[in-house]
Design a protein around this ligand. Structure first.
Ligand SMILES: Cc1ncc(C[n+]2csc(CCOP(=O)(O)OP(=O)(O)O)c2C)c(N)n1
Ligand code: SF4
Length: 330
């Protein structure tokens, strides 16, 4: 895998352009970090220029050769370098699955959690540490099956973090069972020799119906296009869902055809829900780009740390005792 630094020139939303977009038009750029959280001069001196390699850990991925998840890892590290995010200000959390191994391969804060639980982890982390750039990642099994309920509520809550789902239409890690996005007639798993017979989960349509404010679809085989989408997602204020078609070379060999099937979505993200719904319902599931983007209030709950809670509890107890003493000793 070669490392190239991304060119910082304005891009468009078509597939395959070399550089991520600079935010223009209706979507304001993310506000610069406050002075309190801005990288220090010392930090800048230590890391004069951030490259994709900066964000990679020393752990070699154990994904099968040709797995789509490699493309997502490459695109994500390029995105983080492009956005010049200091590694110590990024946290990537995941569930369980081949795709959920992502945090191990990154040199940023990481948490490899429980199956289906990436989103509650991300929500709690963002609430407690709002200054961090939080990214949740996982697979279609993790996110849409066991984690499906969390997905719905993350969409409507609109907390400011990004969710990357690497959809390979199968449970890769547990050796190829059908997932919620598997076609009803796919019969290669011994568990479903006659297919599932069940309609597929529609990630983009469901995210829209659940209230997501940013919905994009990318392809692991198009790292440049995916880099641009991830940059836009991370910069989006609110919950940003990036549905990535990420082939499983081992259990869904037929995915090699995806390279020919993907195509850019209709130009420009829809900002109107009805229009977005129409586009998403009409598309063939292979349309890449930002499908929907809307500016709505971001949910940022006020949290009290355990230490602060302890202090306020102690202060409240002391005040109650003083009031009691004052009353009894009158
Ligand atoms: C509570 C629980 N149920 C089931 C499992 C078994 N399990 C581990 S990974 C996985 C599926 C992973 O599939 P997906 O999220 O699509 O990721 P992929 O491996 O395809 O990247 C399952 C069912 C588990 N670890 N924990
Ligand atoms: S089993 Fe599939 S998803 Fe898992 S590493 Fe191999 S190719 Fe990737």
């Amino acid at each position: 895998m070669t490392e190239t630094s991304t060119t910082r020139a304005p891009g468009d939303h078509t597939v395959g352009a070399a550089s991520p977009p600079r935010r223009t038009g209706s979507t304001p750029a993310r506000q610069p970090p406050s002075a309190e959280h801005a990288p220090s001069a010392q930090h800048r001196a230590v890391i004069p220029s951030l490259r994709a390699q900066t964000y990679k850990s020393h752990i070699k991925p154990i994904w099968c050769p040709g797995c789509g998840h490699f493309g997502v890892l490459a695109a994500l590290t390029k995105t983080l370098a492009y956005l010049e995010l200091p590694p110590e200000r990024i946290a990537v959390v995941s569930g369980i699955g081949c795709s959920s191994r992502l945090p191990a391969y990154l040199s940023v804060h990481g948490f490899h959690g429980l199956h289906g639980r990436a989103l509650p982890l991300a929500a709690g982390l963002k609430a407690a540490r709002p200054e961090l750039t939080v990214i949740a990642a996982g697979g279609d099994g993790d996110g849409f099956s066991i984690g499906g309920n969390h997905f719905l509520h993350a969409c409507r809550r609109n907390q400011d973090f990004t969710y990357i789902v690497m959809d390979n239409e199968v449970y890769g890690m547990t050796k190829g069972q059908a997932s919620p996005t598997t076609q009803p007639d796919w019969h290669r798993s011994k568990l479903t020799p006659h297919g599932t017979g069940v309609r597929r989960f529609q990630p983009a349509a469901i995210a829209l119906a659940a209230g997501a404010s940013f919905i994009a679809r990318g392809f692991a085989g198009d790292p440049a296009g995916l880099t641009r989408l991830l940059a836009a997602a991370i910069e989006h204020p609110g919950f940003a869902f990036v549905h990535v078609l990420s082939p499983c070379r081992t259990f869904r060999a037929e995915h090699h055809a995806w390279k020919q099937l993907v195509h850019p979505c209709e130009r420009g993200p829809a900002e109107d829900i009805a229009r977005a719904a129409e586009l998403i319902q009409r598309d063939d599931g292979m349309a890449l780009g930002i499908l929907f983007e809307q500016q709505i209030p971001v949910y940022a709950p006020a949290v009290t740390t355990a230490a602060e809670q302890g202090q306020s509890d102690a202060a409240a107890s002391a005040a109650a005792l003083a009031a009691l003493e004052a009353e009894l000793c009158r």
